[in-house]
Ligand binder design. Sequence first.
Ligand SMILES: Cc1ncc(COP(=O)(O)O)c(C=O)c1O
Length: 226
Amino acid sequence: MYIIGKEEADAVQRVIESKKLFRYLDGDESESARFEAEWAAKIGARHAVAVTSGTAALIAALVGLGVGPGDEVIVPAYTFMATALAPLAVGAVPIIAEVDASLTLDPVDAERKITPRTRAIIPVHMVGLPSNMDALMAVARRHNVKVLEDACQADGGSYGGKRLGSIGDAGAFSFNHYKIITCGEGGVMVTDDETVYHRALVFHDGGSVFRDHASRCPFARNLVKK
Ligand SMILES: Cc1ncc(COP(=O)(O)O)c(C=O)c1O
């Protein structure tokens, strides 16, 4: 369980006293930009987008992965409801697959549930237990579907020498009050894929194309003030 102590209180006080509460500081590095860089490095992903919750991280990642209306997304039967609500939020249909004795998504049943409409699989690393990522990645690659790791209950966990969230095509983390790390409410998505990152950026804030993030978006660079 997390502990909120003096370090956290000092960090909040620093931000309040700076009077710069916006996500973007017009060129100066904001706390959220610094956090994104540190989190991406910690998890071993190329990019991170800080958002308001784990649910928002899942939705931004699905948009980034190109999941949309009519697509099917396989989710495990044992999870928090947000894993299934995120596909619904982008107009996709959550398809429930069994968990195995590990309490995480059963790769055999996940493969059985794949149809021509399946676009993504969301393994959930429940209560810090890693899903069987070797088997699930093999299933996904066999059927050409994307993998979004729901690491909302496994901030900082690892599998086979890699951080959870960095193994699939994208990962989502939660910092809500009950999670391993908290800021009250918060979340972050990670990915190595440039296109997934740019789509998630624009989804999480339409202003990304002209605010500080714009320098990171190839399609928005020509809009940035010189
Ligand atoms: C497995 C799982 N996925 C997603 C979420 C959603 O995170 P948040 O509450 O930050 O939206 C949670 C949080 O409870 C969770 O446990």
